[in-house]
Design a binder for this molecule. Structure first.
Ligand SMILES: [Zn+2]
Length: 423
């Protein structure tokens, strides 16, 4: 048997182990928020990596305020060196999961295996992905293949809340960097035949309108901040929204409706608390938080300038209007470069395993690719992994075992190719 066939045979041999490992991961309830059982999960992954001949390091996110004695933020990174340290393929999975929520018919943290599926919170997003990464590397080892390059596998925290104590922390501390890391694959559940090459940008901002308090029976003596926020919202609806709907990115964002720029109002709060005792007062303050998703073609500066201009226009038209704008979060869009060898290797592996090349897609939201691209400076990064995208964060989340196995095969072949062990 040639190397490729030997590796694929080892993947098949490891089927029961990969399923059991996924179930065991699901049984560690790494719920975020608040960040439960992270240390247990990091150690569990680390011990398995050590059994598979990885050198294992643990990184506590020292200096981050969410890293507390009660909820420590512990990341794990395993390294297995071949004949050299390059090319280095890094496989990264976040092990935090969102809360289970209601509507389950299975135990969300039971890891039940039934009808060819593994059930549980985090089964597809993305504990099956971590299992696929680990067993892809392990199949290569069991097949007795001497890699030309190196493999790293990391399990990181807090992706669901921005990844700042996870991938971002490792990148800021140069544990992930362009000098060290050649290729990154994040086995997020984008569907087993899709390769995700990036995401749109995010601009979360707060607008506060300032009014002037007066007696509610004589509102003409005051300035109502809630009224003024209404004018801002109306202008957004009338002028900004049609412009955003008319802009379309060249990136293959799925679903296709998310190829446009979008704006969502997250929340609004103004005047007196509505559940409290009411007094006759004109509302002197109102705040609203917005979620603007911008396209790589728009860029952040123009996106923000457009909001500033809109607020200025309201101020010109409305006597007494005054407001403040505060940036809450900025995530720049990322896109894997055209012609990346990483995409080519995954497409080739997909053709071999599934009989067809993958669809290139981009994500409507963001994920840890931003930190690899923007902080670590590794451009050759994609998301590819097992599981159905639409099941993420849903009740009765599951991953098909067939998907888990196919993604493991694809990752194993891509690692062989990218390390130039077998092309
Ligand atoms: Zn995820």
């Amino acid at each position: 048997m040639n190397v490729t066939d030997r590796v694929l045979a080892e993947v098949e041999q490891a089927r029961d182990e990969a399923v059991a490992f996924t179930s065991e991961l699901i049984r560690i309830p790494t719920i975020n928020p608040p960040g439960e059982a992270y240390e247990d999960c990091a150690r569990f992954i680390g011990e398995r990596l050590a059994e598979c001949d990885f050198e294992v390091e643990y990184y506590a996110a020292e200096g981050r305020k969410e890293h507390t004695p009660q909820y420590p933020r512990i990341n794990v990174v395993g390294t297995r060196r071949g004949r050299s340290m390059h090319p280095l393929v890094h496989l990264n999975g976040h092990f935090d999961v969102v809360p289970a929520g209601d509507g389950w018919t299975e135990d969300p943290f039971g890891g039940c295996v039934k009808d060819g599926r593994i059930y549980g919170r985090g089964s597809c997003d993305m504990k099956a992905g971590i299992a696929a990464a680990l067993f892809a590397a392990e199949a290569i080892r069991r097949a007795g293949v001497d890699l030309n390059g190196a493999i790293e596998i990391s399990g990181t925290v807090d992706e669901e809340s921005g990844g700042f104590a996870g991938v971002a922390w490792l990148a800021e501390h140069r544990r992930l960097s362009a000098e060290r890391t050649d290729y990154v694959i994040i086995p997020e559940p984008l569907n087993v035949d899709r390769i995700c090459i990036g995401h749109r940008g995010v601009y979360w901002f707060e607008v506060e309108t300032h009014g002037r308090i007066a007696h509610g029976s004589m509102p003409f003596h005051g300035v109502n901040a809630v009224d003024h926020m209404g004018l801002v919202l109306e202008r957004m609806r009338r002028e900004l929204q049609p412009k955003l709907a008319g802009r379309r990115t060249d990136m293959p964002v799925i679903p296709a409706a998310a190829r446009h720029a979008t704006l969502n109002i997250n929340g609004i709060d103004g005047g007196q608390p509505v559940d409290g005792i009411q007094t006759p007062c004109v509302a002197d303050r109102c705040r609203a938080v917005f979620d603007r998703r911008f396209l790589i073609e728009e860029g952040f500066d123009a996106t923000k300038a457009e909001i500033v201009e809109l607020l200025d226009a309201v101020a010109r038209d409305v006597p007494g209007f005054s407001c403040g704008l505060r940036d809450l979060m900025i995530v720049h869009p990322t896109r894997t470069p055209d012609g990346s060898p990483l995409v080519a290797a995954l497409e080739k592996a997909l053709r071999r395993v599934l009989g067809r090349g993958g669809d290139l897609v981009a994500s409507p939201g963001t994920y840890d690719q931003k930190h690899f691209a923007r902080i670590a400076g590794v451009p050759h990064c994609v998301a590819y992994g097992p599981g159905i995208l639409d099941l993420a964060h849903q009740p009765d989340e599951y991953c098909d075992i067939a998907d888990l196995m196919n993604a493991t095969r694809v990752l194993a072949l891509a690692i062989l190719d990218l390390t130039r062990t077998v092309c």
